[in-house]
Design a protein around this ligand. Structure first.
Ligand code: ADP
Ligand code: ZN
Length: 653
């Protein structure tokens, strides 16, 4: 498989210790809480703020600079949109992608909020009309691409005129990690935004991002020259996501297909399948389509029009599943993705967190499953070895070393028997303890077995080699233990070692799991960057002397996937009654019809959350309907009658 067939993340991620993540202040319950809530309901239809939103909104209303870090699905948009409506003047929102601007403007328009965007996709006349509307005060939020904002035309002419005519309430920088070279979506145009502070010192700058790394966060504040910003760092925990890792084997496709077809009473739900290579994406998408799933591929090898069409089909619920490389990412604001499957090993933990995090932005239960097989490790290692300098064909050692470190973190995650959530959050410097109740390891703790004997066999092999002044990595040690007859081993005389072949009873995969567990538990150490070799430490010696024991969560056996067949991973955590499920389906159909009529994505009309509440509460009057979360004044007027009528008809049947 050629390395060029794979898509690489645009930058290498480096982690540095950042400031300990603080947390949102508890929402203060001052007297003016009520009007803010009312505005929330009126404009957006929500009864409650999500954790942290209210504090950000208050700081934005107070005219402070701010840096708000919230995970995907945390509800960032509302944190600047509500202040934009409540403050005088126009809010300028800087966004990196046309698709993101369109999506937000569509959503706002459907809530009856005056917003528009200006970008290169518009002809000159439309752009001029929109600019005029902004100057006339008909618009509260203006979305702009940074390259447009930073032109002389805007800085010297349009913005000063706007300030004189209407005022600018704030500059909001969305996806603010794009200013940082340390992030994974660096955009040189974003770097210029630092000038805004010098040009317009009195206008607050509000920066929003879901980045998880401390270095990028600090860089954002510095690059944008934020002035004593209020820093808000939300927890990166996504409680509605269920994480699991499953062994990969011949049964995995059947499991994926079951996931796509949906459990009984749940129906087919939107999902994303991530693969590493374009070839694999095409194959898997075709296979799913053959099996009757509306699945489409997405990768950088497809032409722009196909990519756009496939993405749009997914967003409009015309395609149920997207099979994609990591090229499919930012710009996908679809809130009702119910499952994300990684069919191949992600390259970094940050990548995994962000990709899996595209599930369940609406806060409803969603599943994130990683399929993991040892073959994937070989593929990943092969890809890393292909990182070579195109000029001289030499290996890029620094990059390879970082990639190996990243891979090791992913393997730690995949093989761990600890809480998946705790590991992910720990990777971002956040503590999580206790049983999360929503990961495979917490729900079904793996049985623990005593592997002291095997651990001693392994360590004594390392010790024998060390006595001869030789150091090797775990793969070689396993070869000796399993009595492999490879030529190098014979040439070195290692067949003569007393430990040669003593570990035949265990499969190679089992030994690998043991070796990694020894490393994780600190019972043996690894050193050397590109070719890690093993060394013994205090703990190894204690184990060899039987002063301590070694236990291991039982490694997944080959048939483990089959035994799990009965488990319905797609089952929502809160089960609906059959009647509710049937009504939900009908509501979904109505939503789809109304959306198609207006050429909108269905989630713009109503989120799944709102449909579920309708199915459960079954309001038959408009005033009852107004109480549904997600139904604001505008949506009530626009869609209330149609939905109430459907519910009435359904109940009559
Ligand atoms: P982010 O940009 O942080 O990923 P969004 O702003 O797109 O998140 O919001 C994610 C989803 O959560 C959207 O569907 C949005 O309508 C919904 N949402 C935001 N705030 C609230 C709230 N207070 N109550 C209910 N749903 C909310
Ligand atoms: Zn857990």
């Amino acid at each position: 498989m050629p390395a060029s067939d794979f898509e690489h993340s645009p930058g290498v991620l480096r982690r540095v210790p950042g400031p300990a993540p603080g947390h949102f202040d508890a929402a203060d319950s001052t007297d003016d809480a009520a009007p803010l809530r009312q505005a929330l309901k009126r404009h957006f239809g929500f009864d409650e703020f999500r954790p942290g939103q209210e504090a950000v909104v208050r700081d934005a209303l107070a005219g402070r600079d701010l840096l708000a870090i919230m995970p995907t699905g945390g509800g960032k948009s509302l944190c600047f949109q509500l202040p934009a409506l409540l403050r005088s003047g126009v809010m300028i929102v800087i966004s990196p992608l046309i698709a993101l601007m369109q999506d937000q403007v569509r959503l706002l328009a459907d809530n009856g909020i005056a917003a528009t965007f200006l970008n290169s996709s518009l002809d000159a006349r439309t752009a001029a009309e929109r600019s005029a509307a902004v100057l006339r005060g008909e618009i509260k939020l203006l979305y702009l691409a940074p390259e447009r904002l930073m032109t002389a035309d805007y800085l010297d002419s349009f913005l000063p005129r706007l300030i004189a005519a209407r005022g600018i309430s704030a500059f909001t920088v969305d996806e603010a990690h794009c200013v940082s070279e340390w992030g994974h979506d660096f955009r040189p145009d974003y770097r210029q935004l630092g000038q805004l502070r010098a040009r317009f010192p009195g206008i607050p700058v509000l920066a929003f991002t879901a980045t998880a790394t401390g270095r990028v966060r600090d860089d954002i504040a510095a690059q944008l020259r934020l002035n004593q910003p209020a820093r808000h760092v939300a927890s990166f925990n996504r409680p509605n996501l269920f994480y699991s890792v499953k062994p990969k084997g011949s049964h995995s496709y059947a499991e994926l297909l079951r996931q796509a077809r949906g459990a009984e009473g749940v129906g087919r739900e939107a999902g994303i399948v991530y693969c590493l290579s374009r070839k694999r994406v095409d194959e898997l998408a075709a296979r799913l389509a053959d099996d009757g799933v509306r699945a489409l591929p997405y990768h950088a090898g497809l032409d722009a029009e196909t990519r756009r069409a496939n993405q749009e089909a997914f967003i409009r619920d015309d395609a149920q599943v997207i099979v994609a490389t990591i090229a499919f990412g930012m710009g996908i604001n679809k809130p009702d993705v119910r499952w994300v499957v990684h069919f191949e090993l992600p390259k970094t933990m940050e990548g995994y967190y962000q990709e899996a995090g595209r599930a369940g932005r609406d806060g409803e239960p969603a599943h994130c499953t990683l399929y993991f097989g040892t073959g994937d490790i070989r593929t990943a290692e092969f890809l890393i070895s292909q990182k070579i300098d195109p000029n001289n064909g030499e290996p890029l050692e620094q990059e390879q070393r970082i990639a190996r470190q990243q891979l090791r973190k992913v393997l730690d995650y995949a093989e761990s028997s600890e809480c998946r959530r705790a590991i992910q959050l720990g990777y971002f410097g956040e503590q999580f303890s206790g049983n999360c109740g929503a990961c495979d390891n917490c729900k079904n703790p793996k049985p623990v077995e005593d592997w002291t004997l095997e651990a001693q066999q392994f360590l004594s092999c390392v010790a024998r080699l060390a006595q001869r002044g030789q150091r090797f990595g775990s793969a070689y040690v396993i070869d000796i233990l399993r009595g492999a007859a490879n030529q190098k081993l014979i040439d070195r005389g290692h067949q003569q070692l007393s430990v040669y072949g003593i570990g035949k009873a265990r499969a190679q995969d089992e030994w690998r799991v043991l070796a990694r567990a020894l490393l994780h538990q600190g019972v043996v150490e690894e050193s050397g960057d590109s070719y890690p070799v093993l060394r013994l430490n205090q703990a190894s010696r204690a184990l060899l002397k039987s002063e301590r024991r070694f236990t291991l969560a039982v490694p997944p056996r080959r048939d483990a996937g089959l035994r799990q067949r009965g488990s319905k991973s797609a089952q929502p955590i809160i089960a609906a009654t059959p009647v509710e499920a049937a009504l939900f389906e009908r509501l979904r159909e109505l939503r789809k019809r109304l959306a198609d009529e207006q050429k909108l994505p269905p989630y713009v009309v109503f989120a799944d959350t709102a449909l579920r509440a309708m199915a459960a509460q079954q309001p038959v009057t408009l005033s009852g309907f107004a109480g549904i979360p997600g139904v604001g004044g505008h949506k009530l007027e626009r869609y209330g009658a149609a939905f109430v009528q459907l519910i009435r008809e359904f109940l009559a049947e």
